[in-house]
Design a protein around this ligand. Structure first.
Ligand code: ATP
Ligand code: MG
Length: 566
């Protein structure tokens, strides 16, 4: 046996840690395919902003190239000029860079290949493998059949190729109206794969294209462009989501008809990312933007990368989340709280911990000298000593959280109540002696005393105090607008209802804006800086924030309160 089983185990565990895509890639490398080249691409359609589902695709496309010393292209699939905009192209570039990936100048467009694709189409026509159909899209759909019933052939299917060629060229010259003529591949109207039933490969669109202007009046369908673009760019592994599995035979058919060499891109499909309490289709996200139910593509409630960034998500948290759910062949719906777990885990280590009071109750420390201010030292993050420390001002009047005081607290309430003691974080132990109420019975002020001997860090404290509260000095604290976000939808699968529109499930409480008080040092914080508001949650500075009006977004509460609420 001579140690072999061991080797085997190592190899097995190595294989196990690979996702199935990388296992295929390694198989190809072992077999010496494509001279050992690894070349992938990320192919977004510039018809909207990228969402976290795209991050899953980006992570495997660029990550695979990175892992095996290969290359990854950015290719815009701009085959539909009606829906595509330059604004989207810019945002896509920004988002990929934000995730930490780069295409090293290999930025291509399906429109770069319009000439070649047009020539291919003519070639197919000449070889009687494509024909111009003059039926309406409704008629074509009627003839498609069902998976069990073969389709009917178009009356134009066997027209002479010269006729089709002439019509195709005239379609492109703009002689016909949209919808009157299409070019179809002549494949197999009886194929069990519906995509092989003479798919439309070109249609007339009379709308200027953001790159080719009015050069073309016909545009290739995505299915006619995608596989060929992969081929032109020398892509070795074309990674995409499962819905394209049924398109693969068609991509292969085109390449087999048109290319004579041996090289073929290998398409590998994986499961889409779906997350509870949100929607992940650009069409639906665009609808929400247009109807104004969110403030734009980068509204912090959106699952777009722009929204998540603004909300305070980090690239590392998104990658960790994606790695934790992995790549499989099975469609899944992942729990939003897994994503929240990933951001908490990342920010726990990275975000400085600061004092902020979101629902203030004034505390007067009656034995603390009026007019006195002390600068108390506090560490920035106990998880990481290298983040150092800072000072925060302490004075006679402070704010604590209203929820940290009860007039008649139960025994296990380790916060403040009459005659009870708590420690103020990084400051002193205080005791509540009295409190004041307004006419409605609301507590408006607490009167406490502090014990100087209990100053944080002092040795002889000699006191057992169970609770520690966060606080800010009333006179020094800065008022801040705090935007508290919650799930955008209150149904785990808003677009999973047959009889109801996803918009019916919008959560009316997905944004609550309050005024809080933060420690004065936060005046220097810059947009997108992260913080942990101690005992509350993770927050970041919104780009709307100004020196005279700080604005914070809640990235995520400290604990998963959502599941408890249900
Ligand atoms: P949408 O349905 O949101 O419009 P799409 O698939 O039409 O998405 P594209 O711009 O065509 O968007 O997608 C670019 C790449 O990103 C494709 O390879 C696609 O498979 C992948 N992708 C899109 N959505 C997801 C998702 N939810 N999970 C994983 N990959 C995705
Ligand atoms: Mg698409």
């Amino acid at each position: 046996m001579s140690g072999k089983p061991n080797e085997q185990t190592n190899e097995n565990s190595e294989r196990k840690s690979l996702n199935f895509i990388h296992a295929f890639v390694e198989e190809d490398l072992r077999e010496g395919k494509n001279e050992g080249r690894i070349h992938t691409r990320f192919p977004p359609e510039p018809n909207g902003y990228l969402h976290i589902g795209h991050a899953k695709a980006i992570h495997i496309d660029f990550g695979t190239a990175e892992k095996y010393g290969g290359m990854c292209n950015l290719r815009f699939d701009d085959t539909n000029p009606v829906k595509e905009e330059v604004e989207y192209i810019d945002s896509i570039r920004e988002d990929i860079h934000w995730l930490g990936y780069d295409w090293e100048g290999r930025e291509y467009y399906a429109s770069d290949y319009f000439g070649k694709l047009y020539d291919f189409a003519r070639d197919l026509i000449n070889r009687e493998l494509a024909y111009v159909d003059e039926q309406s899209s409704g008629q074509i759909a009627e003839q498609k059949g069902t998976p069990n019933i073969p389709g009917k052939e178009s009356p134009f299917r066997n027209r002479p190729s010269a006729e089709s060629l002439d019509l195709f060229e005239r379609m492109n010259k703009g002689e016909f109206n949209e919808g009157t003529h299409v070019l179809r591949a002549k494949v197999d109207m009886a194929s069990p794969n519906m995509h092989m039933r003479d798919p439309v490969i070109y249609r007339i669109i009379k709308h200027p294209h953001h790159r080719t202007g009015s050069d073309w009046n016909v545009y290739p369908m995505y299915d006619f462009a995608h596989g060929q673009c992969d081929y032109f760019e020398g892509i070795t592994h074309s990674l995409c989501t499962l819905e394209f599995e049924v398109h693969r035979p068609l991509y292969d058919w085109f390449i087999d008809q048109l290319m004579t060499d041996k090289y073929r891109p290998r398409q590998i499909e994986f499961n889409r990312l779906n997350i509870t309490y949100t929607v992940m289709s650009k069409r639906k996200l665009l609808q929400m933007v247009k109807e104004g139910v969110v403030k734009g593509w980068d509204d912090p409630r959106m699952p777009t990368l722009g929204g998540l960034r603004r909300r305070g998500y980090t690239p590392a948290s998104i990658k960790n989340f994606i790695n934790s759910i992995g790549y499989t062949k099975v469609e899944a719906l992942n729990d939003f709280s897994l994503l929240e777990f990933a951001i908490r885990e990342d920010l726990n280590k990275k975000a400085p911990r600061v004092m902020a009071v979101l629902d203030p109750l004034k505390v007067i420390i009656t034995n603390y000298p009026e007019g006195k201010t002390e600068e108390l030292e506090t560490i920035n993050n106990p998880e990481d000593a290298s983040m150092g420390s800072r000072t925060i001002p302490f004075s006679r009047e402070i704010f604590i959280e209203r929820g940290d005081f009860m007039e008649d607290p139960p025994k296990k309430f380790f916060r403040l109540g009459p005659d009870r003691e708590v420690r103020l974080k990084s400051a002193y132990v205080i005791k509540c002696n009295d409190y004041k109420k307004d006419a409605d019975g609301n507590v408006t002020e607490l009167y406490c005393t502090y014990d100087e001997a209990t100053k944080s860090g002092a040795e002889a404290q000699g006191r057992k105090v169970k609770g520690t509260l966060h606080w800010v000095s009333a006179q020094h604290a800065l008022k801040a607008e705090v935007r508290l976000y919650d799930r955008l939808f209150n149904d785990p699968e808003p677009d999973g209802h047959k009889d109801k529109d996803f918009m019916e499930f919008l959560n009316p409480d997905s944004l609550k804006v309050i005024t809080g008080y933060v420690e004065p040092g936060l005046a220097a914080a810059k947009p997108l800086d992260h913080f942990q508001f101690q005992r509350i949650g993770y927050f970041n500075v919104d780009p709307d924030s100004r020196e005279d009006q700080l604005v914070f977004n809640r990235t995520v509460p400290l604990r998963d309160t959502w599941n408890k609420k249900q």
